[in-house]
Design a protein around this ligand. Structure first.
Ligand code: ADP
Ligand code: MG
Length: 677
């Protein structure tokens, strides 16, 4: 049985078993499921194609008896020449004195080792008497620790397979094996260790990738189902007629994508389950409009709503636009860190007495002194900036409020369905019609003057521009210095032709507001700023976004910044000033000039940076797959997700015998986890 200890395998003793435990291999099954991380492919290539210092395999005829030299304490060097393609190639073997007897003049040998193209010499690590196999030989390489060597591990696996492979049972239902043409588990497992060909290996890997993803998706989705069924939210009975009137009062009609997302959210609100949903949408796709409708829905059902945003500027903007949108319909309050003392007491009292319907704010919203009378609906904007803890605190202030996370940094679909497997996801993947695509250019630093002249030209046509300085590690002195320097430079360049404004994190909120107001009213035409304008700011007359030292920003952030323009009728431009040194930097600039679609961009960003970076190193919480790779194998992931959905929807794990092994497997894993917890 596969659950027997590894020592059950012939040749595996107590000592080796102990060594293997370092690799978390305890049972025969563990060993057989310990797949190679890589393979060496021994394939004979013509001498002319061998690359210096590569590991290569050659086949040749031994020209003379090997010479053996001893040196140092127990070291030896065996050398001989073999004839390959009519040329004498020198073979060197270290510390294999015993091989001398096996190698004789005239023998054909297959030698693998490091190639020295200059000296036509191979340093042999592996040899075999006789000609190379017809097919390329593929050798497993395992990741190792402690005293375990690849040779010993391979040998144990070989014996293990010989004696136990026939006990490896299939866990996937036959219908999937058939429709995806996957090898059965037993065959695939043997192939993973000792593939006969690359093509076999590919299919074996395909099988395990699918298996891993399917198990993963089943677990996630079962968990989500469980969560849904066990958490009681509040069913919000909003007033559909009032909502309709509200939507009709907008100066535009909702896009299909907005309507669809709205319907999903409203359905969640109406249900007794607690909503836990992510709303993704590119900058300007109209998330805020959807959010406003949802807040109104909560309000008509007698609840309070809260909107939490990352910066004060954004909170203020939302406050203004929502106040305008709602008019007399709601009492909206703004609660930020700069609201203090008596004013703060008044506001918190209003929130506690339900005199305030909608509360907009920053982190200040989740301080201890803020207590809601009846919080039913919470929106967290730009959720990736909030820690899990903070989100929980806010959520806990109400009686299971529905929570909507909004982000303008679309998370790649592949990540969304894995990282947020226990969250529902809505996407506004369509822009309101009539928007002009922003034209994006990549300029080198030495063309700055031309860029400035371009700005001047657009400004004389009545338009405005942002000039953004990079953020050097979380806003500090350096940043501000950068912005100030650039501001001075621009002031000097433009003289009295136009007014330059300056914005950075160290200004008081009054000063920021004043500057933003001047910019919004076109008293300031060019706004030099650090990234404080990154999120949410809306000045439709601004048509130019210049980003200085653009290589310092990630793709998502560049895209965010670009989203500050292109909000009006006029053609907008984004100019990236950058002299990136590395390939990744150059690639980023190219991608920016080529796509305006946030979803596409985020996929590219993911490819460039990897999933860990996407969420910040440690806290990624992404699962570790053995064979599968979420990015590379995203199609399989999507397939597995759909299959898992179907399995759960139709209750197949319980009701269909073909799914029984899969269910047992899940239950075993669950048991294991419970034990570990
Ligand atoms: P986001 O929050 O996704 O960045 P907003 O909701 O702020 O987007 O919308 C950006 C701009 O587009 C706003 O000026 C808003 O009034 C407008 N807008 C939103 N939805 C639509 C729509 N369906 N048609 C036209 N304009 C829209
Ligand atoms: Mg917005």
């Amino acid at each position: 049985m596969l659950s027997e200890p590894v020592t059950a395998i012939a040749g595996v003793g107590e000592k080796f078993a102990e060594d293997l435990s370092v690799l978390k291999i305890y049972t025969v099954g563990d060993l057989l499921n310990y797949f190679p991380y890589r393979y060496d492919v021994f394939e004979i290539k013509p001498l002319s194609e061998l690359i210096h210092e590569d590991k290569v395999t050659i086949e040749g005829k031994v020209l003379h008896e090997p010479s053996l030299n001893f040196y140092g304490k127990k070291k030896s060097r065996l050398a001989f020449n073999v004839e390959v393609e009519g040329i004498a190639v020198k073979a060197v073997m270290f510390n294999r004195a015993f091989a001398k007897k096996q190698i004789n003049t005239g023998d054909t040998m297959t030698l693998t080792g490091k190639w020295d193209a200059h000296r036509l010499q191979i340093t042999v690590s592996n040899y075999k008497k006789g000609p190379a196999a017809e097919q390329a030989e593929i050798q497993p390489l395992y990741s190792l620790k402690g005293d375990v060597t690849n040779y010993k591990l391979k040998k144990a696996v070989k014996t293990g397979i010989r004696d136990y492979a026939n006990t490896v049972d299939e866990i996937l239902p036959e219908q999937y094996l058939e429709s995806y043409k996957l090898p059965v588990r037993r065959d695939a497992l043997v192939t993973m260790h000792f593939p006969n060909s690359r093509i076999d290996l590919k299919h074996a890997r395909r099988r395990f990738i699918y298996e891993e993803f399917l198990l993963f998706q089943l677990k996630m989705q079962l968990l989500r189902k469980l969560k849904r069924e066990s958490t009681h939210g509040n069913a919000q009975h909003y007033d559909a007629a009032l909502l309709r009137d509200f939507i009709d009062s907008f100066p535009f009609t909702l896009t299909n994508a907005q309507q669809k997302s709205l319907n999903q959210i409203l359905a969640d609100m109406k249900s007794a389950y607690r909503m836990n949903r992510l709303l993704q949408g590119d900058v300007g796709s109209g998330k805020t409009a959807v959010a406003a409708i949802c807040l109104y829905a909560a309000l008509t059902s007698g609840k309070q709503g809260a909107l939490m945003v990352p910066t004060e500027i954004l909170a203020e903007q939302h406050f203004e636009s929502l106040t305008e949108l709602f008019g007399e319909k709601a009492s909206i309050v703004l609660l930020t860190g700069s609201v203090k003392g008596k004013k703060r007491k008044e506001l918190t009292a209003a929130i506690e007495e339900h005199e305030a319907d909608i509360v907009i704010g920053t982190h200040a919203l989740i301080q201890d002194d803020v207590n809601f009378a009846d919080l039913g609906f919470v929106i967290v904007d730009e959720q990736h900036r909030f820690g899990v803890e903070q989100r929980r605190t806010l959520r806990d202030k109400g009686l299971n409020p529905d929570v909507l996370f909004m982000t303008a940094t679309p998370i790649p679909r592949t990540l969304a369905i894995t990282a947020f497997g226990d969250m529902d996801v809505s996407a506004i993947d369509e822009m309101p019609s009539g928007r002009k695509e922003i034209e994006t250019y990549w300029a080198k630093e030495n063309t700055l003057e031309r860029v400035l002249q371009f700005i001047e030209k657009r400004v004389s046509a009545g338009e405005q521009a942002y000039v953004i300085c990079p953020l050097i590690e979380e806003s500090d002195k350096m940043d501000i210095q950068n912005a100030v320097d650039l501001y001075n430079q621009l002031e000097e360049f433009y003289g009295s032709n136009l007014t330059v404004g300056l914005m950075h994190g160290r200004l008081s909120s009054d000063e920021k507001e004043e500057t933003m107001k001047q910019f919004a009213e076109n008293e300031v035409q060019v706004l030099v700023s650090t990234t404080v304008v990154e999120v949410g700011v809306n000045v439709p007359n601004a048509t130019i976004m210049v980003i200085y030292d653009a290589e310092r920003f990630g793709l998502s952030q560049l895209h965010q910044l670009r989203g500050r323009v292109g909000r009006g009728e006029k053609q907008s431009y984004c100019i990236l000033i950058a002299d990136p040194k590395g390939e990744t930097g150059k690639e980023r600039m190219r991608i920016m000039t080529e796509t305006n679609n946030g979803f596409e961009l985020s996929e590219q960003d993911l490819k460039l940076r990897g999933p860990g970076d996407f969420f910040g190193k440690k806290q990624s919480g992404l699962p570790d797959f053995k064979v599968a790779d979420m990015i590379h194998d995203y199609r399989a992931l999507e397939t597995a997700r759909q299959d898992a959905q179907e399995i759960i929807e139709h209750n197949l794990l319980d009701e269909n015998a073909a799914f029984y092994p899969l269910r047992i497997r899940l239950e075993n894993e669950q048991m294991l986890r419970d034990k570990l917890d």
